[in-house]
Design a protein around this ligand. Sequence first.
Ligand code: NAP
Length: 304
Amino acid sequence: MDLELLLKPMKLLVTGAQGQVGTALTRLAETEPFFEICALDKSQLDITDEQQIKEQLALHLPDYVVNCAAFDHIDEAEHKAELCYDVNALGVEKLALACGDLSIPMFHLSTDYVFDGHYASGYTEDDDVAPLGIYGDSKWQGEEVLRRVLPKHLILRVSWLFSEQGNNFVLRTLESARHKNALEAVSDRRGCPTSASDVARVVLAMLKQVHNGAEVWGTYHYCGAEITNRYDFCKEILIAAGSYESFKVEKLVPISSKDYVTEAQRPNTSILTCKKLLSVFGIRQRPWRQELQWLMRVIYDSPR
Ligand SMILES: NC(=O)c1ccc[n+]([C@@H]2O[C@H](COP(=O)([O-])OP(=O)(O)OC[C@H]3O[C@@H](n4cnc5c(N)ncnc54)[C@H](OP(=O)(O)O)[C@@H]3O)[C@@H](O)[C@H]2O)c1
């Protein structure tokens, strides 16, 4: 690769730029002169709209497309299956075909929900998938179509995302703790919380390596370090936030996943093994506890 190319900023077109990961990615990339970011929200680029995709790609001609757009309302997906597949499978296909036409590699985010959660020790990238619901299945189909259509792709499966925005477990817990005397949390559902800003760090680090010529296309896993369960995570959230705010909640009650009925079935063990990411890219997992502390500073120290 010649020097001029190396000195030129890497141009990323980010879809779903107002979501948790889209926002974190845009924010982080903007701090580095190495990246030029074109962040498009749903109103600017709807990934189900083939014509809009073609126009936006032709207009911006990015080096990479990073697809952060998704329909990820897990329970709603059970009765809005068509919309869910439209975005998570067909939308990905449209994006991948348009990228292919212009030889633009694509970075795509996926989920631990492609697995059924029966492996207590966690899942590698080679393990068989068995989604339990519409959302997981639509994400799996999105992965498959990308593999088929565009060889130059990176798929990063992540789990239990949290950030200062959106409908995530941390914000839901804080909101419930403000209004309820007692909270219930599932104690037999295990996983690894992952901050959206940590995912952003990983995405950019991976892209830098492929941009420098590493031929490491394929599927990878990433999640925050240390396995926990929803009940313990809830406890940690309340302890971390407790130094900033007094809550109404007085009791946290562990319950079984059998007693927590939701429209969509959820995997009981959502542990993603991240060894491949470490051995291929040298990227290590960061502890989610540290990320949670950082998030509390963002939530409470920034003006509301
Ligand atoms: N959240 C989690 O815990 C979790 C866990 C594992 C994996 N993931 C995966 O990680 C990725 C990022 O998740 P996230 O939490 O950042 O999601 P998010 O906050 O829900 O963001 C997704 C964004 O995509 C937008 N969007 C929806 N339909 C679209 C369309 N047709 N065209 C363009 N944009 C569209 C949404 O806009 P609206 O909100 O206006 O619809 C939203 O801004 C997704 O692929 C998700 O499946 C998430």
